[in-house]
Design a protein around this ligand. Structure first.
Ligand SMILES: [Zn+2]
Length: 530
């Protein structure tokens, strides 16, 4: 970016070759930084048939989508659909194997529930998986039968029987997924992301896929790669290849190492210091013993990695802070910026400790909106209202970075902004009004803070001369919009990455603009109008 300022400051810089885009009162913000999503899995999921409630509200609609998809596929090719929720289908039950058979007699069908823990398959898929009425379910799994006949429903570990016969994800699939998800990001004004667990789907092949995408012009967004650590991770191989935090460039870089310490609140597996409602003996689960976590953290810290540790419950957050304190004691580094991913049910004393250690949270405020009612049911209204404490973090001097955890949530930024502004569940319940942010604060969480926790603040996150010209223009003036307008009636009109127009919803920019022609972008809602 060459210059930013008021109309009066910018006008003298406009030359004959300058293309001036009149924003007509719309807000231009720095390109958004989704600080924790799973880009590759988002792209892989996009290749599957979308049967979420909005796309397929009735059983007939769902089956019609499967029928169309099967008709377009060659015989024998798998049809994979994802996202149904039987409680939101008109029939209030799971689809059955026989209904899928009618829709797709020649093709194996794999239909996955929105939670990802339940699958329905048809008879062709059962044949390929060699499952019949005599097959017994593995421990921790369900193969459902009714009147002695298979219904096609598989749950939890029994799904491994199906997964084992699904077509393998090829390298070409991975690159296509990166490109598909990256373009999807640009359509929402998201110009930078951290892929929150590179290596979780296809191991080290994901590193190669990112490099190939980059080398072949198929990496539409800037990606910071968070490497999957711990047993089964890819860090040792990455380290051997010189891939330590900070390697790479402004388009594709190596970020922190990911470690998991607990589960999720909705599944009552996040590690809490107080029990879940109605289950006095259940305080969730820790994945690692304190010494195990601390040994991993010390090792990665000593090798120069930033860390991004998944911790949702306060008991897990305690464990992470202890491990960070030990590692920083061993080898002090005032600017390592270790992170806590999710950091959802954090206590005030832990916020103070985070500030002392310069450990920053990367939460998903949108979970308040999407899962607020579920949280109330599992941990009660008080703990829910105190969760995701955006304002308390900011007041403690921390930089909470907004993110969606896509594909867990959709990557659309508007529900996330809404949750930061309004703190309301999808049912309208107000959850912790004291933690609500103003729009400038919410945008900072989605831009400058994202850049900071990903160590890119010298390059992007703000509209300043010398920083990258990554810009998002929304369909209204967000600074004057109500939270409801942001949630329900806002789109991204224009996205620039490095000064190039990469998304133009209305076609208003006409021909492509060369970077040198973008002499300036407005630093506020004031358009350069001529
Ligand atoms: Zn995640």
């Amino acid at each position: 970016m060459l210059a930013a300022g008021s109309d009066g400051e910018i006008e003298p810089l406009i030359g004959r070759a300058t293309r001036v885009i009149d924003l007509r009162g719309r807000l231009a913000s720095p390109g958004l930084y989704d600080a924790h999503l799973h880009l590759l899995p988002v792209g892989l999921a996009m290749a599957e048939l979308d049967v979420r409630p909005r796309q397929a509200p009735t059983l007939a609609a769902l089956l019609a989508k499967i029928r169309d998809s099967a008709a377009a596929a060659r015989p024998g090719a798998w049809v994979t659909a994802r996202g149904y929720d039987q409680s939101r289908l008109d029939v209030q039950r799971h689809p059955t194997r026989h209904e899928l058979d009618e829709a797709a007699p020649e093709n194996p069908v794999h239909l996955v529930r929105c939670c990802g823990h339940v699958s329905i398959v048809n008879s062709a898929a059962l044949r390929i998986a060699q499952v019949d009425e005599s097959t017994s379910a593995p421990a921790g799994g369900v193969i459902e039968k009714r009147d002695g006949r298979l219904t096609g429903l598989f749950a939890e570990s029994a799904r491994d029987r199906i997964r084992a016969v699904l077509p393998a994800v090829t390298d070409a699939d991975l690159v296509a997924a990166i490109e598909r998800a990256g373009r999807h990001c640009l359509s929402f004004g998201i110009t930078s992301v951290m892929d929150a667990a590179v290596g979780s789907k296809a191991g080290f092949r994901e590193i190669a896929a990112y490099r190939t995408a980059r080398a072949t012009g198929r990496l539409p967004v800037r990606v910071n790669q968070c490497l999957l650590g711990g047993p089964g991770g890819i860090v040792d191989r990455a380290y051997a290849e010189g891939l330590v935090t900070g390697a790479g460039d402004d388009r594709l870089s190596v970020g922190p190492v990911k470690i998991f310490t607990d589960g999720s609140a909705g599944a009552r597996t996040a590690a809490m210091s107080a029990p879940y409602l109605g289950e006095p003996a259940n305080q969730g689960l820790l994945c690692l013993a304190p010494q195990e976590l601390s040994a991993l953290v010390r090792d990665y810290h000593a090798r120069g990695y930033q860390l991004a540790i998944h911790a949702i419950g306060d008991r897990a957050i305690d464990q992470v802070l202890d491990a960070y304190a030990l590692a920083l004691d061993d080898a002090a580094d005032a600017d390592r910026r270790h992170r806590i991913e999710h950091c959802s049910f954090v206590r005030p004393d832990q916020i103070a400790r985070m500030a002392g250690l310069s450990v920053h949270p990367v939460p998903q405020p949108v979970f308040i909106h999407e899962y607020g009612e579920l949280y109330r049911a599992v941990v009660g209204a008080e703990r829910t209202a105190a969760s995701h404490p955006m304002r308390s973090w900011i007041e403690a001097g921390l930089r909470p970075a907004a993110s969606t955890d896509g594909p867990v949530s959709g990557i659309e930024p508007f529900p996330n902004l809404y949750a930061m502004l309004a703190r309301r569940s999808s049912a309208g319940t107000l959850l912790g009004a004291a933690q609500a942010l103003t729009m400038p604060e919410a945008l900072a969480a989605y831009t400058a803070h994202g850049a900071y926790v990903n160590r890119a603040e010298r390059h992007r996150g703000r509209l300043l001369p010398g920083l990258a010209a990554d810009v998002a223009v929304f369909s209204r003036d967000l600074l004057a919009a109500s939270p409801e307008e942001v949630l329900e009636d806002t789109l991204c009109d224009l996205t620039l990455l490095g000064g190039e127009i990469v998304h133009d919803r209305l076609g208003e920019a006409g021909a492509r603009v060369a970077p040198h022609q973008l002499r300036s972008m407005p630093s506020s809602r004031h358009a350069i109008a001529k």
